[in-house]
Design a protein. Structure first.
Length: 213
């Protein structure tokens, strides 16, 4: 009986606290009037008043027409229209023992691909990789001499991600074999590019392939 009485008293105290303090302070509900006298209802007004939103969201560059069958302009970075479906390819790049290979994709600016590459049956550290891009020789005069942009580099057996070309030109991967023995790098790629090709290959420092761009 004593325990029951204590539980009843605790429950009653909780209800009283809810009515007198919590409801006025959190929600501005003050059935007893004590919340206003204690200054608790002012707290509810402070927390519920939202800061004014001064910016106007613009979903389209041009005037928005909800009846339009086609929208050709949108905020940069949200959508980029293409004239053809995206492509998907699996490219297996053989890298000899002490070998180096560079494989690039020729891309217009603001086009995107998603990619994953992995060293097949890796037994060690895999490859040293350098993901970078540079303009074509036709556009080189528009950039500083020797310009190229690095996107990622490191060592490993796999990498996954997406890429959007910041400028038109050649964008892709350089692999240096740091395993013992030859390796195969399997590159799976989906998206947009004009063409791709092996730009450079060397074995023990001797250049085998070197494509002028």
């Amino acid at each position: 009986m004593i325990l029951t009485s204590k539980l009843t008293a605790a429950a009653a105290g909780g209800v009283t606290l809810l009515i007198v303090a919590v409801l006025p302070a959190e929600y501005g509900i003050d059935p007893t009037g004590l919340g206003a006298r204690l200054g608790l209802t002012a707290l509810a007004q402070e927390t519920t008043e939202a800061a004014p939103f001064t910016d106007v969201l613009e979903f389209n560059i041009g005037d928005y027409d909800p009846t339009a069958e086609r929208i050709d302009q949108s905020v940069q970075g949200l959508i980029h229209r293409e004239e053809a479906p995206f492509k998907t390819e699996i490219i297996e790049i053989e890298v000899e023992d002490f070998g180096e290979v560079e494989h690039k994709f020729i891309m217009p600016a603001d086009t995107t691909f998603v990619f994953s590459w992995e060293v097949v049956d890796a037994v060690g550290e895999g490859v040293y990789y350098d993901f970078h891009g540079h303009p074509s020789s036709a556009d080189a005069a528009n950039y500083p001499e020797g310009f190229e942009m690095a996107y990622a580099r490191g060592e490993g057996t796999a990498q996954y991600g997406s890429f959007t070309s910041p400028f038109p030109g050649y964008h892709g991967f350089y692999f240096m074999n740091i395993e013992e023995g030859p390796v195969t790098v399997r590159l799976t790629i989906s998206g947009y590019w004009d063409e791709h090709l092996e730009m450079y290959r060397a074995l023990r420092g001797d250049v085998i392939t070197n494509v002028e761009f």
